[in-house]
Design a protein around this ligand. Structure first.
Ligand code: 1GP
Length: 245
């Protein structure tokens, strides 16, 4: 089964853990992987707005050595490419108006992605204002969609789907103060037919459940599990048991 087919399987909500390969030690990665196997985490997303070490390959190989959970690259820039991943979220930053993020970086990455034979998932990536400047808004030099402008989010997602993008990722940015509102998630979900990923600033299982119930097909948790994996099981249960409101 392709990674995209797994992402699009609407029979249950999915739980993705974001790992910034710069941050955790090998022991921390192994701990999170072992716990993830027990509770049925669906995906690992690996990447970051800015990597300062040469650890992407190592991180992916370490995860894959310890589990069969698909590892997708969630790239912060065109250097974040690896032949070891199971899938690659080829992000077009459709909430912004920076042509480098819409097509420029893709031109640079495309021959390497072809060489490595990665499964490509064309992704409409939408930044939503999370109440504070985030690394991704600064590094991408784009303005996020305002937190309460549901109509802009809906039309942006719709345009992305019409352009042929296969998945929409709405992100308040890692460490956002305010996660994306359930109203916006719900309206975007009703507007598009492609799968919807939601992440950024989700710190509790209750909030994760709220996002999933509002319509997120895949909920991404990063920071909240980075240093403390105690409630990984609760996150998994909250997401996996959610059904659309
Ligand atoms: C950011 O959606 C991810 O791209 C995860 O965000 O680290 O805030 O959970 P957090």
């Amino acid at each position: 089964m392709s990674v995209y087919n797994t992402l699009s399987d609407a029979s249950k909500k999915k739980f993705a853990i974001l790992i910034d390969p710069d941050k955790p030690s090998d022991e921390q990665i192994i701990e999170i992987v072992e716990k993830s196997k027990v509770v049925g985490v669906d995906f690992f997303f690996v990447g970051g707005s800015l990597l300062t070490t040469d650890s992407l390959d190592h991180c992916i190989k370490l995860i894959k050595k310890h589990c069969d959970i698909p590892v997708l690259i969630f790239p912060g820039n065109s250097l974040q490419i690896s032949k070891w991943c199971d899938g690659f979220l080829l992000l077009s930053l459709i909430s912004g108006r920076n042509s480098e993020m819409l097509i420029g970086r893709h031109v640079i990455a495309a021959p390497y992605l072809k060489l490595y034979g990665n499964e490509i998932i064309p992704t409409g990536y939408m930044l939503i204002d999370g109440g504070c400047p985030t690394s991704v808004s600064y590094m991408s030099n784009t303005t996020p969609i305002p937190h309460d402008k549901d109509d802009i989010a809906m039309c942006t997602a719709l345009a992305g789907e019409m352009l042929g993008l296969k998945i929409i990722y709405m992100d308040a940015g890692s460490g956002a103060i305010n996660p994306i509102s359930k109203e916006m998630i719900s309206k975007v979900k009703k507007t598009v037919s492609v799968p919807l990923i939601v992440g950024g600033g989700i710190r509790t299982p209750e909030k994760a459940a709220e996002c999933a119930k509002a319509g997120a097909d895949i909920v991404v948790i990063g920071n909240a599990l980075e240093k403390n994996t105690d409630n990984l099981k609760e996150f998994a249960e909250a997401i996996h048991s959610a059904i659309d409101n």
